[in-house]
Ligand binder design. Structure first.
Ligand SMILES: [Zn+2]
Length: 354
């Protein structure tokens, strides 16, 4: 009883802290001095982790969220939990819908906003540009196809209702193009927190930017490194590894990726590199032996991949997938590995055909 009396206020304090640290859609976590991460909670929306940097007289936000509804929820969380200062810079690490489609809400709240991205990100976002990455269209088509799938159980019905709401929110969110492009690097000097925006090479897309806050030793990496498994589109895995090697040279103690929770230290960069090296090696070897995609996939289950067994990395990805349950990250790790291998197979095949 004596202990209980002592413990109860401590437990209550813990509970109220947890409640106060959570808003409707986001968990707000302080990463270091002047830097906060807003981690989306489990949802039918594929939503990015945003980072908020508190400068001396204004804020910078990295990642604009997946639609205006989510962006407005993030703005509320920022105002309630972090700061009332105006947002002067919004940085889009790359062009994918889950990172950019909430931009209009930021602009409405902050009319003087500057929206930064790599020139290739801007180009991919401009729908009339001659790019084959019709990103919003293909994302909407993908969601449509999931909505139209049969939903025999109540949980699947609930899931599809969530996806339908997401589809509506996305359709209500216009594309807002970046107003300032950074092809190489840009440094903003500030008493509280400098910003170093840098392009380190191709990886997840051809225009991934990273953001380093030197005073806080925080690196924000977009989808070049994060909590889940990497997603491959058109860039060769070999180039991505080169970019990871450059990224690792930056003197950071904390890493905030484009999805999931912030990480301490650089270990996650090593996990990604070993995984990318191993599965791309399997695909290269399979192609050399004349194997089909299915044969390569059958031989490359998670149990056969050393990079996933080491440090229990496969289980970490699995846990992150289960925690998020977004339309992209669904199902067991084996499926993730299969789709990674299929994407790399397509990339290597396209290279040899050219
Ligand atoms: Zn992405």
């Amino acid at each position: 009883m004596k202990y209980f009396k002592f413990l109860l206020p401590v437990l209550m304090l813990g509970l109220s802290w947890r409640l106060s640290a959570q808003t409707d859609d986001f968990i707000i976590e302080q990463v270091a001095d002047q830097v906060y991460a807003a981690i989306p909670k489990r949802s039918e929306k594929i939503s990015a982790t945003s980072t908020i940097i508190v400068h001396s007289r204004f804020l910078t936000v990295v990642e604009a969220q997946t639609d205006q509804t989510r962006a407005k929820a993030l703005l509320r969380a920022i105002r309630e939990r972090i700061s009332a200062l105006p947002i002067r810079y919004l940085i889009l690490t790359h062009y994918h819908a889950d990172h950019v489609m909430g931009t209009k809400a930021f602009l409405e709240e902050n009319p003087g906003l500057t929206i930064l991205a790599h020139p290739r990100t801007r180009e991919a976002m401009a729908l009339d540009s001659p790019t084959d990455e019709a990103w919003v269209v293909s994302w909407r088509n993908y969601l449509r196809s999931r909505i139209d799938e049969p939903a025999p159980t109540d949980s699947l019905k609930a899931r599809q209702a969530g996806l339908r709401a997401y589809f509506r929110h996305l359709s209500d969110s216009p594309v807002v193009l970046p107003t300032l492009t950074v092809a190489d690097s840009l440094t903003l000097h500030d008493v509280s927190a400098d910003l170093q925006i840098r392009y380190l090479g191709e990886g997840h897309t051809t225009g991934d930017l990273v953001v380093f806050v030197p005073q806080a030793r925080v690196l924000i990496t977009g989808d070049l490194v994060h909590d889940f498994e990497p997603l491959f589109f058109k860039v060769s895995p070999d180039r991505w590894i080169g970019t990871l090697n450059r990224l690792e040279q930056i003197p950071f103690d904390h890493l905030v990726g484009g999805h999931g929770h912030p990480q301490r230290g650089k270990a996650v960069v090593g996990y990604w590199r070993s995984y990318i090296e191993e599965i791309s090696g399997r695909v290269r070897e399979g192609l050399r032996q004349g194997l089909s995609l299915e044969q390569i996939q059958t031989r490359s289950t998670p149990e056969t991949l050393r990079s996933l067994l080491r440090h229990d990395y496969g289980r970490r990805i699995q846990q992150a997938r289960e925690a998020a349950m977004t339309p992209t990250y669904i199902g067991p790790l084996a499926l993730a590995v299969q789709s990674n291998i299929a994407a790399i197979y397509r990339i290597y095949r396209a290279q040899t055909l050219h």
